[in-house]
Design a protein around this ligand. Structure first.
Ligand code: NAP
Length: 331
């Protein structure tokens, strides 16, 4: 199913909204669906539609769907929000949110400049990097951060490495084992934090070699990755693995600089501090999804959609309390 929006909805410069939602992943789109049910004039400004769901293949734990492709679930979220009249504007990176009188002015790439009475931040988190020599140099030339996106490019290759011990790495290792001759799964500890079902799947693959208690120390190559150097922390043994690529799947980190630039309070890990109603430190600004400090160890589509729904409800309540809610008949 295609996620391309052929006609981009119009957005007037200086246009006023009840609510601007920043981010179009599960949290932002769920917030949009709920906001539209509260009859809030809402726009979603987002870099892409789907967020981290675009980095996964299948979803088999979202209630109501035994198994659904991630792209179809995204399309359903998008269509659901649009069917209620929400405008979704992809390709926009929001750069700043300024308080101007009673309103928030939201500025983004592509000349986006709109006003809102309330804002929901649902920008997710960005990919974590290893920070080893060669990582930057070979990015896009054998260094990838998304097995789901790039695995087919490695079809028929001899070997690749996957780094990480979470769901992404284990899912990536399974997928890659169908495309390449050999997969080295490199994890810094002995225990995986991935779901047991994903670990079981990897263990069933004959062509996956586990390198536990092991870290990558360098990525080397010429015009393309040729090998990775690894160190077993338990034994002190170093090895050079000849590989055609390395998939770094070590999780995500928050866009702390952006949050701080808006003036939001963040926790010790850099995630937006919210209360149980998704209220941030700034009245009128709410947050949802992977950007918030709740449930950090358990990021799921269902938790993201839940916080998005709560954030939309809180924004609606805020607008009523402030006397900013215009009834449907006045819109
Ligand atoms: P994650 O759960 O945060 O796991 C990151 C992994 O990378 C951990 O094993 C961690 O090691 C390791 N790591 C972190 N920093 C590292 C570093 N500097 N060097 C080496 N290793 C490092 O991230 P994720 O796997 O991307 O998953 C993110 C969220 O998406 C999770 O909530 C996950 O459940 C969800 N997800 C779900 C699915 C699915 O259900 N099919 C698929 C993908 C993702 P430690 O274990 O030692 O901390």
């Amino acid at each position: 199913m295609s996620l391309r929006i052929t006609t981009r909805p119009r957005l007037e410069k200086g246009e006023r909204f009840d609510l601007v939602i920043v981010g179009g992943g599960p949290a932002g789109l769920s917030a949009a669906i709920y906001a539209s049910r509260f009859l809030l004039k809402t726009v979603v400004l987002t870099v892409d539609i789907g967020g981290q769901l675009n980095l996964t293949n299948w979803v088999d734990d979202y209630p109501g769907f035994t198994r659904i492709s991630a792209s179809e679930l995204v399309a359903r979220f998008r269509d659901h929000a649009q069917s209620f009249g929400v405008r979704i504007i992809p390709g926009v990176e929001v750069k700043s949110i300024l308080r101007e009188g009673d309103m928030f002015r939201v500025l983004g790439t592509g000349g986006v400049d709109v006003y809102a009475n309330a804002v929901i931040i649902a920008v997710g988190a960005r990919r974590r990097k290893l920070g080893v020599p060669g990582e930057e140099e070979f990015q896009g030339r054998g260094v990838s951060y998304c097995s789901i996106c790039d695995a087919p490019l490695f079809k028929g290759r001899k070997a690749v490495a996957v780094v990480g011990g979470g769901d992404s790495a284990l899912e990536g290792a399974s997928l890659l084992s169908s495309y390449v001759g050999k997969v080295y799964l490199i994890h810094r500890r002995r225990e995986f934090r991935a779901k047991p079902v994903l670990v079981k799947e990897v263990l069933s693959r004959d062509n996956v070699e586990l390198l536990l208690d092991t870290v990558v120390t360098e990525i080397v190559g010429d015009d393309h990755v040729k090998a990775v150097k690894v160190l077993n922390k338990a034994t002190g043994e170093s090895r050079i693995l000849e590989v055609d690529g390395i998939f770094i799947e070590i999780g995500f980190e928050p866009a702390t600089d952006f949050f701080k630039s808006i003036g939001l309070e963040v926790d010790e890990y850099g995630y937006i501090k919210v209360d149980e109603w998704m209220r941030t430190s700034i009245p009128g600004v709410f947050a949802a999804g992977d950007a918030i400090n709740l449930w950090r160890g358990f990021r799921q589509v269902v938790t993201a959609t839940a916080t998005g729904a709560v954030a939309a409800y809180s924004a609606y309540q805020y607008l009523i309390e402030k006397g900013l809610y215009r009834s449907a008949s006045s819109k």
